[in-house]
Write a protein that binds this ligand. Sequence first.
Ligand SMILES: C[S@@+](CC[C@H](N)C(=O)[O-])C[C@H]1O[C@@H](n2cnc3c(N)ncnc32)[C@H](O)[C@@H]1O
Length: 281
Amino acid sequence: MPGKLQNRLNDLDGREWLYWTDTLYITAYPPDATHPLRKKHGAMKPPEVMAEIIRFFTKRGELVLDPFAGVGGTLLGAALAGRASLGFELDPRWVDIYRTIQRDFVIAGGVFRRREETASTGTEIDGEMRQGDCLELLRQLEGESVAAVITDPPYGINHGARGFPGETNFNMTSPRRSGDLGQAPDLESFLARLQDIGREIHRVLWPGRYLVMLVGDRYQEGEYVPLGFLVAEAMRQVGFKFKGVKIWSNKATRRPLKPYAVKSVFVPNITHQNILILRKE
Ligand SMILES: C[S@@+](CC[C@H](N)C(=O)[O-])C[C@H]1O[C@@H](n2cnc3c(N)ncnc32)[C@H](O)[C@@H]1O
């Protein structure tokens, strides 16, 4: 049709597309019905936010991959958005939780509902979760077979802040599992290993499509660690173009501010995450 641009990436109209290019991204999704099961993980992402990201970077029916799938925030988001999905997760505890959600919940009226509460009209959660080291599992995928990779890697550096025991409720490292990226001994080895995984992600992605990574920055040993930008640079070095960032904060689940070094020195309360947008060109 003359004057109408064909949309090569997603199913959004121009107005919706424009809205999503804002680099500031404030959401207010409260915990959903699957949250009591997923919260055992502690670093899980809201499926509704993942669904919004997926709706931008894919068309309906396309395949989304999450190599660090946890308890399935991306896979559940893909189900809400009507996309196919595949997840890899090293720790069987998280795989089991995702499979329990698949067994006990369906999507009805655009939200997750317990199966017994719906009159058998719900849609199944059909994303597939495979247990194992994502580097090995990625190697088993065909090249150019995935429409988008949307993921939230473990950060590989200690989360705690001195003097604030119980700083996080993160429970996502698997101490005895080799290949656990969260157990990388230092930042350099974390980034090097992430690059090995990034090369495989680059291979399996369709050309022209996107790797989207959610990465929080850190404050450690008295210094700000811009982990988001270090990860983006590491991915640039393995062939991705760094296209931009959305600064995300979910108001509904934001933790209260902590009085770090009040009246002494500036220490940030990091309440945002970086959504890194990288493209295979
Ligand atoms: C930040 S969490 C992802 C949470 C996920 N977005 C969710 O909503 O549940 C990162 C996950 O990566 C997993 N992981 C770490 N190293 C891995 C590896 N080599 N292969 C696959 N999964 C890995 C961890 O067990 C952890 O569950």
